[in-house]
Design a protein. Structure first.
Length: 148
């Protein structure tokens, strides 16, 4: 159950402006805000909420990776992505060594991404069992209809 939205219920202190954040932040941020005389409405998430918030944070950080324009920005955003991945694994009780083993196995089986191959479309024989994989993810892999 989500707490009541207090952003409009609690009065904004005189001399302050209120901005909605609505997101997971790094552990030291509330203390940093306090030192900067920034008042924040902070709550601690339960395990289920935390895992959900970490998933949303991963998407947020991935979007920030997309927006980078320099190697320095990319380095910083990749650092944030890794921090979220580590926290997510910890939150879900997943050992990062297991993740690394699986990563290596997937790389051995299917390769990495160093070559930069991009598949625009695939033509699959109608009788191929692979069709089911694409049909199961039709929104991700929509079927192309022939032009008239």
């Amino acid at each position: 159950m989500r707490p009541k939205d207090e952003t409009n219920e609690a009065q904004v202190p005189a001399g302050y402006r209120r901005f909605r954040m609505g997101k997971l932040v790094r552990d030291a941020i509330p203390s940093i805000f306090q030192r900067q005389q920034i008042r924040a409405c902070v709550r601690t998430l339960d395990a289920t909420e935390r895992l959900h918030a970490l998933k949303a944070k991963l998407v947020e950080e991935a979007n920030e990776v997309l927006a980078t324009a320099s190697p320095e920005e990319l380095t910083e955003e990749l650092c944030d992505v890794l921090e979220v991945v580590y926290a997510m694994a910890d939150s879900a009780g997943i050992d990062l060594q297991d993740v690394e083993k699986l990563r290596c196995q997937k790389k051995a089986d299917n390769g990495g991404f160093a070559s930069g191959f991009h598949v625009d479309y695939v033509d699959i024989p109608k009788e191929s069992p692979k069709i089911k994989r694409f049909e199961a993810k039709i929104t991700q892999y929509p079927e192309c209809t022939p032009s008239a």
